[in-house]
Design a protein around this ligand. Structure first.
Ligand code: SF4
Length: 274
């Protein structure tokens, strides 16, 4: 991207052109076309040839150019000079910012110990290792992130162990689902890698049966054939109860169980209480 915001760069004089890329304003990864002229990105639009978003972009993706050209974009350290919430800031150098952070970390460590410092990070897989390493380097085990341990890693590792790769749910293309079960997620508003609201809506337009497992009456729940409004934290009980019915009525894939499962009899016994 720097090539297009640096006026001295040698990409100038190549004329208007476009590049295929992927939107990362969320984890969806919609295909995009980035149009550029001599020096600037002029437009971002959905890539019609991308099988996932088929040329569509959500408002967030369509506005992603603002991250580069918006005049209010944060480009350097700013120190708050007014009261919190007053919106008064002063630009400081990177050296000043680093010195201030180092001093505060030292003060906290000397006063209450390194464990008094808590390091938190938002989502974004590229920086997780550095944030945890930073916490480790300053001596605190108190590091928190929004879901690598609970969501991303189990999903990736579980998928690779059981299916050999990380599959994504496409919803559309050649085979459309006859039944969709939305359990504990709401891909209309927020989807993991490759699971886009566009595809969900396209699939729903074909009127598959739908089951929604969600404590909240979401847009999807309102339209579901069956809305299972469980109490938060009781998903496991529901899953085990479903297993009890499947096993009790001998609906399981016996050949698969025979070939791939360990401890199936123990599981059958365990789920009887649900
Ligand atoms: S859903 Fe929106 S934000 Fe997410 S990848 Fe697609 S266009 Fe970007």
């Amino acid at each position: 991207m720097n090539k297009f915001v640096n006026s001295n760069d040698d990409v100038a004089d190549q004329g208007p052109r476009s590049y295929k890329s992927a939107c990362r304003m969320c984890h969806g990864g919609c295909g995009v076309l980035i149009h550029v002229d001599d020096r600037n990105i002029t437009k971002i639009e959905g890539d019609p040839s991308n099988p996932m978003n088929k040329g569509k972009l959500c408002p967030l993706g369509a506005a992603s150019l603002e991250q580069i050209y918006n005049p209010r974009r944060l480009k350097y350290p700013m120190r708050r000079v007014g009261a919190r919430g007053e919106g008064r800031w002063k630009r400081v150098s990177w050296d000043e910012a680093y010195d201030e952070m180092v001093n505060k970390i030292r003060q906290a460590t000397e006063k209450d110990g390194a464990e008094s410092i808590w390091v938190g990070t938002g989502t974004g897989r590229h920086h997780f290792p550095f944030v945890s390493r930073f916490a480790n380097a300053i001596g605190t085990p108190n590091w928190c992130e929004p879901g690598t341990a609970q969501c991303f890693r189990p999903r990736v590792h579980g998928s690779i162990i059981t299916m050999g790769q990380l599959p994504i749910c496409t919803y559309t293309n050649e085979i459309y689902p006859e039944l969709i079960m939305f359990w504990g997620h709401n891909p209309i508003y927020s989807g993991p890698d490759g699971e886009l609201g566009f595809g969900v809506k396209e699939a729903l337009a074909r009127k598959p049966a739908t089951i929604v497992v969600d404590p909240r009456e979401t847009w999807l729940a309102k339209r579901a054939d069956i809305w299972l409004q469980l109490r938060p934290g009781t998903d496991d009980a529901l899953a085990l109860a479903m297993l009890n019915v499947i096993i009790g009525e001998e609906l399981e894939d016996k050949e698969f169980v025979e070939k791939w499962c360990h401890g199936f009899e123990d599981l059958a016994e365990r789920v009887k209480v649900y």
